[in-house]
Write a protein that binds this ligand. Sequence first.
Ligand code: SF4
Ligand code: SF4
Length: 189
Amino acid sequence: MSSRSILTAMFRCTICGECCRGDQAVWLNSLDMSRLADYVDRNGLRSPALADCPSPEDFLVKQRIVIVESGQNGAMRPRLRFRPGPAGPSCPFLVNDLDEKGRLWGKCSLHDTRAKPLVCRLAPLARTVDLTDGSEVWMEVPPVAGCPGWKAGEEPPPEGRAIPDPNLEVGMRADLDGEIDYFRRLTVV
Ligand code: SF4
Ligand code: SF4
């Protein structure tokens, strides 16, 4: 995972795909879900058996692309459902292959599309939000322990390292604000 427009100086994703496999949990918001459903439809990936399923969320769950589980603070949230792959469970949108030296790499098939989930577009950055006033604290967080995208010796601690507000790519602010609205709706359910 990487966001090329907001990379920190110490980070360059090597496309190893490690953060898209294993026991990673990729939580989604409502905008992620609708964009993902649109991507699946536009690319003819919707199961014919679900052709008449009216709700994007419903068909993503029924097609086993997404699972709804209890997430942070106990709220029920959708996340990507990982599938068995050549290197263990992996994101359904991860393309695994071997490079010229026979090493496994993984490329996100949603990269450079609007369907790439917000959390994946932000990585290796993350934020915590105070829902009372919408204030944010930004952090650099290793997407996975030992992420090779960090320069040697520069990897932040697993819990993250606080950083100043990053420069965001055009359109990202609206998506972040939309996610705050989504979090607020979650808390009142
Ligand atoms: S683990 Fe790090 S280097 Fe590998 S794909 Fe994820 S962000 Fe990129
Ligand atoms: S959507 Fe892409 S970046 Fe996110 S976990 Fe899946 S393959 Fe990785």
